[in-house]
Design a protein around this ligand. Structure first.
Ligand code: SAH
Ligand code: SF4
Length: 352
């Protein structure tokens, strides 16, 4: 067990956060573990910082899940290579570009190209797709395709990719090793540093409620993300998938996740924080709640309908039967229902 001193009260901790102090375990933990009564003060503080620093706009990114093939075996993920229950699919280059054009025609200014670690998508093939999308649209492109070497990341950056999302998942060495049989924490950290060096707008994040994860670990994750200079931070509850080694494990909760979102907004006033689909899958109003506790981004699904159900990184994922146009309308309604506005531009990160 750690020896840190967590004797700070909630109020003292909130004061430190409000003063913009460098994040430290001793005040992050009381915030991450605060009581129901204190929660509303934490959420209120985060909402105020969100309003002052990044405003009312909610930026939309059209999410294209273009391949569920994966060479990795992450213990938590339904797409892991040993899960033989998954019917695998892949949108090849033309279909991927076509889907991005559909996102454009639905009014999105930004797309996220996400997949398992699919070796069919060689560096050059994905570069070709990026170049085509860039030649035909002004869409901002975010990649979320896992770990590759620095030269590959460079090629994609030069092809026109603007942003990259690679969650660190956890910075706890032992927990990371337990969850990633074919991965190495320091290599993943190096990937993120390479992406930073290549001047991608950098996204990372963690899962909440992983088996064996403690609030101290989450606090250390926040400190690490701050040192890294993450500009977009996606956090969602871990949801146990029945066809994985973590079947039957307890998952993360909405409350835990909302507290983390709120703390992140206090520590990263200008960052882009998505209200994640995993949160919407646990609670119909999960995403709206996140938008009211610091989040300012949503990622509606634009994956072709035939493939949606096959991209189940976790079970119970929402919007599997809804086409992209429906999702767009639904999200717009949700944003307006809480008095927020839709972002009208690419929603680039604020670099202050
Ligand atoms: N292969 C890429 C992108 C797809 S996975 C990658 O790994 O980066 C995208 C994210 O889904 C992962 O970063 C992980 O945080 C999340 N995820 C995977 N399995 C999950 C589960 N069971 N519950 C909640 N989130 C999960
Ligand atoms: Fe593959 Fe990403 Fe799932 Fe890991 S989290 S198994 S890399 S899709």
């Amino acid at each position: 067990m750690s020896t840190e001193n967590f004797s700070l009260s909630f109020s003292e901790a909130l004061e430190k956060a409000g003063a913009g102090e460098k994040p430290a375990v001793d005040w992050l933990v009381p915030l991450l573990t605060c009581s129901r009564e204190d929660e509303s003060r934490l959420f209120g503080a985060a909402d105020k910082v969100r309003e002052a620093c990044v405003g009312k706009a909610v930026h939309l990114r059209g999410l294209i899940e273009f391949s569920n093939h994966c060479r990795k075996n992450c213990a938590y993920c339904g797409l892991r290579r040993d899960n033989l229950e998954v019917e695998r699919y892949r949108l090849e280059i033309d279909a991927l570009v076509q889907t991005a054009l559909e996102a454009k025609s639905l009014g999105y200014h930004s797309v996220v190209l996400q997949s398992g670690e699919d070796p069919w998508y060689t560096p050059e093939r994905l570069a070709e797709a990026i170049r085509e999308i860039k030649a035909k649209t002004e869409l901002a492109i975010t990649l979320s395709v896992g770990e590759r070497d620095e030269n590959t990341y460079r090629l994609w950056r030069e092809a026109g990719a603007d942003r990259f999302l690679l969650r660190i998942e956890t910075t706890d060495e032992e927990l990371f090793a337990r969850l990633h049989p074919d991965d190495d924490l320091s290599e993943r950290m190096d990937c993120l540093r390479s992406l930073k060096k290549l001047d991608y707008q950098l996204g990372s994040g963690v899962m909440v409620g992983l088996p064996g994860q403690t609030p101290e670990m989450l606090a250390k994750d926040i400190i690490w993300l701050k040192e890294l200079g993450a500009e977009m931070i996606g956090v969602g509850p871990f949801i146990s998938h029945p066809d994985t080694p973590l079947s039957g494990e307890k998952g993360g909760t909405v409350e835990q996740t909302l507290r983390l979102v709120a703390v992140l907004r206090l520590v990263f006033p200008y960052a882009h924080l998505p209200a994640t689909t995993a949160l919407g899958s646990l609670d119909d109003r999960g995403r709206e709640k996140a938008l009211e506790t610091g989040a300012n981004v949503m990622m509606p699904n634009v994956t072709p309908i035939d493939n949606r159900a096959k991209y189940q990184i976790y079970p119970g994922k929402i919007c599997l039967a809804d086409d992209a146009r429906h999702c767009r309308g639904c999200i717009e309604g949700r944003i307006k229902s809480i008095g927020r506005t839709m972002g009208t531009d690419r929603g680039d990160v604020h670099r202050k």
